[in-house]
Design a protein around this ligand. Structure first.
Ligand SMILES: C[S@@+](CC[C@H](N)C(=O)[O-])C[C@H]1O[C@@H](n2cnc3c(N)ncnc32)[C@H](O)[C@@H]1O
Length: 195
């Protein structure tokens, strides 16, 4: 299955967006709520309609970028926040991005990628972070699908995948998931390891 721009745009156009909860998720909201440095340069990859970017922006974080391979959710975000900086709406493939950030927020982007790309995902996340930069968010801790997104996984698999390039500070079942995901996702906080 080719998980390209047309695949994802078709999902948005046909309303097959089961991942879209319509509000900032509680694990990410609670993490954001304890951040004090509004100058942090933040990336949300595969951001979709990006209620997290909206939440950050409205809290005064102005250095927030979202990247999505489909233009549709980026346009939706701009409709909700017309003043969102256009240069921070990145309509492109995550794997082609060359920038660096202090913090990257993950939610249902990892599970949207073909599992063959997981090593590449980890390397790319590492490259996109500044020294001591953090990758924070949620990862599903259940098998899910084999043939189409969402692709699942488990904690031991993720540990071996990330531990070469990241210090795993937290990788635990989230205590504050939204009801539909309760018990099925890990909250992760990982710090980029030095070269
Ligand atoms: C399952 S959705 C999750 C959206 C959002 N994170 C959320 O929680 O609602 C996956 C998103 O990643 C985007 N996407 C998939 N592959 C991508 C890639 N290689 N580069 C950038 N965006 C990608 C899709 O267009 C889609 O919006």
């Amino acid at each position: 299955m080719n998980l390209d721009e047309s695949f994802w745009s078709e999902r948005y156009l046909s309303g097959q967006t089961g991942w879209d909860i319509g509000y900032v998720s509680t694990p990410l909201k609670e993490y954001i709520d304890q951040l004090s440095d509004t100058d942090l340069k933040i990336l949300i990859p595969g951001a979709g309609n990006s209620y997290e970017a909206e939440y950050l922006y409205n809290k005064g974080f102005k250095n927030v970028s979202v990247i999505d391979i489909s233009k549709i959710p980026l346009e939706n975000l701009l409709e909700r926040i017309p003043e969102f900086p256009k240069e921070n709406l990145l309509h492109m493939d995550f794997f082609d991005l060359n920038e660096t950030y202090d913090l990257i927020l993950e939610q249902t982007f990892f599970c949207a990628q073909n599992p063959e790309l997981r090593k590449k995902y980890v390397s790319k996340m590492h490259d996109l972070l500044r020294p001591n930069g953090k990758l924070v968010g949620v990862l599903f801790n259940i098998p899910l699908n084999n043939d189409k997104p969402p692709f699942g996984g488990n904690k031991s698999e993720y540990r071996s995948l990330f531990e070469n390039k990241f210090i795993i500070v937290i990788m635990e079942t989230a205590y504050n998931s939204i009801p539909q995901r309760d018990g099925n996702e890990l909250f992760v906080k990982m710090i980029k390891k030095g070269e």
